[in-house]
Write a protein that binds this ligand. Structure first.
Ligand code: NI
Length: 260
């Protein structure tokens, strides 16, 4: 049983074969998926998936790319969605200085605002950080998430990881940990405490080897589990089990509340 803690299965690329994707996922022991919003519409779709399927859970929030689209109305609607018991996190939120699709001051403002909202409604946060290490660190130190959080597709150094671990964050690994040039990510995946790591696909993006470049899907989260098992000299079952417990812990999901 594996929990894919970050996916976007509401993406258009699944329109033609959504049920097949779910069937493959079920057949390969992927028992839970957190579908993550990046704007208001995708947050709504994530909640709909979580309502329609037992194994889907939702995260809601505004990605830094979409920060500029936010209006006062957006917050009211997200707060309404947050009341759904299958909404387990606020995200993905953060900073993206690689593509800079929204102006940086607005990205920061929207990131901070969402940490405050997550604190208000009692949800952990899911952080997207691309080429913005320093500002992300400053913000999470100045505005600590009261219910913890996840650095999704962790890509920073081991030095940064150590600080984040001290601050209580979980680190989530995706396809890049299987890539040949992923020296830093591999170092972190090898050294992070076993009770603070998660696995994800970020489907349809970041497809792990050996399918890199093709569309991703939750089934391939097995490649991440396999890689972690190799790096840490553990069995695949062991990594699956431990990352499942970690996900239950960060998402505060009482096992008996939602049997899968
Ligand atoms: Ni994502």
């Amino acid at each position: 049983m594996i929990w894919d803690t970050h996916a976007h299965l509401d993406d258009d690329s699944y329109k033609g074969d959504f049920q097949d994707v779910l069937a493959r996922m079920e057949a390969s022991g992927i028992s839970r998926v957190t579908n993550v919003g990046y704007d208001l519409a995708s947050s709504e779709r994530s909640v709909t998936l979580a309502q329609d399927y037992d194994f889907f859970y939702a995260a809601i929030g505004i990605h830094p790319h979409n920060a500029e689209e936010v209006t006062e109305e957006t917050w009211g609607k997200l707060l309404e969605l947050a009341k759904n018991p299958k909404v387990l996190a606020w995200g993905e939120i953060g900073l993206d200085y690689y593509r800079d699709l929204s102006p940086r001051p607005i990205q920061k403002e929207v990131f901070i605002q969402q940490i405050k909202l997550a604190n208000e409604v009692g949800l952990p946060i899911v952080i997207h950080n691309r080429d913005a290490h320093q500002d992300v660190m400053e913000i999470v130190k100045a505005y600590p998430p009261r219910y913890g959080g996840i650095f999704h597709c962790y890509s920073g150094s081991w030095e940064m990881a150590e600080i984040l671990l001290k601050l209580g964050f979980y680190l989530s690994f995706a396809g890049p940990v299987t890539y040949k040039n992923a020296r830093h990510t591999v170092e972190v995946a090898r050294n992070a405490p076993m009770d603070r790591i998660l696995v994800e696909t970020d489907s349809p993006y970041l497809t792990p080897e050996p399918r890199r470049g093709k569309r991703n899907e939750p089934t391939y989260v097995r490649e991440i589990v396999k890689k972690l098992a190799e790096l840490r000299n553990l069995s695949i079952e062991d990594v699956a089990e431990k990352t499942m417990r970690n996900a239950e812990s960060v998402f505060r999901l009482v096992y008996t509340r939602q049997k899968v």
